[in-house]
Design a protein around this ligand. Structure first.
Ligand code: FAD
Length: 116
């Protein structure tokens, strides 16, 4: 195995970090690596961002009007609290789109990131 660093939204191998770990069984629990390409996303024609996630505007709407994106699919692999907050904010975006305005809470913008 080797170690990686996360720089500018990409994993990078740390040279010289290779090492062998003796094991009888290796179980790989790999996380979300991005929206599946070549699928219904292409049929919808939604645009992707530079990291391969779905692009969305400040109201969580994708490049296709009426199609909204919240959680890992827009943010990339993340944590459940972000998905919950985005889901609530996205609901406000959908409500505003359908009703013309909304009084639903919108806890975070799609661009919110953890404080360093
Ligand atoms: C192994 C692992 C461990 C994790 N551990 C933690 C942790 O300890 N703490 C933490 O906070 N977060 C953890 N996370 C991250 C957390 O699970 C995600 O950030 C969160 O689940 C994202 O929520 P979501 O609603 O955006 O996406 P998801 O929870 O992935 O939900 C997307 C849903 O869409 C469904 N779907 C996909 N394609 C289609 C389709 N074509 N049609 C219909 N449905 C579809 C999927 O089946 C899924 O049910 C972990 C993630 C992984 C993979």
């Amino acid at each position: 195995m080797h170690e990686v660093s996360f720089v500018d939204g990409k994993f990078e191998k740390i040279e010289g970090s290779e090492r062998e770990l003796p094991a009888d069984l290796v179980f790989l629990a790999l996380g979300f690596v991005g929206p599946e390409k070549g699928s219904w996303l292409e049929e919808l024609g939604v645009a992707l961002d530079e990291r391969g996630n779905l692009k969305r505007d400040d109201d969580y709407m994708s490049s296709v009007p009426g199609v909204f994106v919240a959680g890992d699919m827009g943010r990339g692999q993340s944590l459940i609290v972000w998905a919950i907050a985005e889901g609530r904010a996205c609901a406000a975006g959908v409500d505003g789109y359908l009703m013309g305005s909304t009084s639903l809470p919108s806890p975070i913008p799609p661009t919110a990131r953890p404080l360093a």
